[in-house]
Design a binder for this molecule. Structure first.
Ligand code: SF4
Length: 295
């Protein structure tokens, strides 16, 4: 799958120029397009070359090529075909491109479990992180809607590593307290979503799209013990029961712990006192939670 904003254009360019200036064919043919007419004989660059005049009337140094460009960018940047295959534009990685997200506004996924969105194409770890392995072999990871609802508004996000073979880790600050968010299996980390450092609110508002955290190259063990499809849905149902039981055991909190419809309150962690919040994170979101098996 390619990005819907990736467009094609036939372009012309001067083969003698050290800086390749590309002219879309649609823009060529204007009165001042001397390269495609006998006017090229007056071009000082052409006159410095030794080519015979072409019979077609076009300058013999005029090249043509099919290029691709991003139709969402304010200034169209041409992308050679060879480059689009390795960039995110030419494969399903475009779903995590900041430009695509800001123009397309992909909505909340339709799949949910009792009000908690749970896209069925993702794999989930027991500490509430998701993994998406694309057809090009690149993976993305982030937090699921259960964790983002419990966290509420994040104040700051920083990354322990931005590259290398690691268990990818972000530190998310909520209500003045730092929480380590750790993907439980290692992969080759190639980049992190640095936009979140400027706008941490996207972590909770768009956990499956603009709130992604890590990009990398998965190893065979990266998918170990992750749940998908029906198994993930059953696990999420159990997690909702488990957190309701956990909350019933908590003595008086700062704010409401339950919302209408049996769901826990959004921004739950901010309504708990310090010790209760640490217990919540240890029980549900610590990397050690990934060692539990759900059958
Ligand atoms: S830069 Fe982003 S929006 Fe533009 S074509 Fe590539 S993936 Fe699509």
């Amino acid at each position: 799958m390619t990005c819907p904003f990736l467009k094609e254009a036939q372009v012309k360019y001067c083969q003698t120029s050290s800086v390749r200036k590309l002219i879309p064919i649609a823009a060529a043919g204007r009165a001042d397009d001397k390269c495609s007419s006998q006017e090229h004989l007056t071009c000082p660059v052409y006159r410095m070359q030794s080519a015979e005049p072409s019979v077609s009337g076009h300058c013999p140094y005029l090249g043509e090529s099919l290029m691709q460009y991003c139709g969402a960018a304010p200034v169209a940047k041409m992308i050679p075909y060879s480059e689009s295959q390795i960039s995110r534009c030419g494969c399903d990685r475009f779903r995590y491109c900041e430009l695509y997200l800001s123009m397309a506004h992909p909505g909340v996924p339709a799949d949910d479990v009792d009000g908690i969105p749970l896209p069925e194409w993702l794999r989930y770890s027991a500490n509430h992180m998701w993994l998406d392995i694309g057809e090009d072999g690149v993976c993305h990871a982030g937090i699921d809607a259960f964790l983002s609802r419990a966290l509420g508004q994040a104040e700051r996000i920083s990354y322990v590593w931005q590259r290398g073979q690691h268990r990818a880790t972000a530190v998310v600050t909520v209500n003045g307290v730092d929480h380590e968010i750790v993907f439980p299996n290692p992969f080759l980390l190639t980049s992190c979503n640095l936009y979140l450092r400027a706008d941490p609110s996207r972590l909770s508002a768009e956990p499956y799209t603009g709130g992604w955290l890590f990009e990398g190259v998965p190893a065979p063990e990266t998918s170990e013990n992750l749940l998908q499809g029906a198994a993930a849905r059953q696990w999420m149902e159990r997690e909702q029961h488990r957190i309701n039981e956990f909350l019933q055991q908590q003595p008086a909190a700062h704010g409401p712990l339950a919302a209408d419809g049996g769901l826990f309150a959004p921004g739950l962690s901010q309504n708990l006192d310090h010790d209760q919040m640490l217990a919540l994170f240890h029980t549900f979101f610590s990397p050690y939670a990934s060692e539990k098996r759900y059958t």
